[in-house]
Design a protein around this ligand. Sequence first.
Ligand code: FES
Length: 105
Amino acid sequence: MSRERNWQDLIAVSELETGDVTPVRLGTRELAVYDTADGITVSMARCTHGAANLCDGYFDGRHIECPLHQGLFDARTGEALAAPARVKLRMIEARVSGAMVQVLL
Ligand code: FES
């Protein structure tokens, strides 16, 4: 039996840090919402290399740099671009619906 996934409201678009990364907690999940030049994307907030929260890192509109060891990820795809980060970020499917950012969980 397959589990149905539903779109879920995450945060109002008006509450996002414009052109930056916004931390959002959804239940026990810590998510990072990126306002990229290509649209809104969402990933798990924890770095895949260690225990850092990427929301505390530097975001240039496309890349997120981990605050702990400066691993680099593409915030649109989750691809790990620079060591020591080697494992891709887990991206969460997201969309903007009306005034809300929604995620598919
Ligand atoms: S914890 Fe993020 S690069 Fe090491």
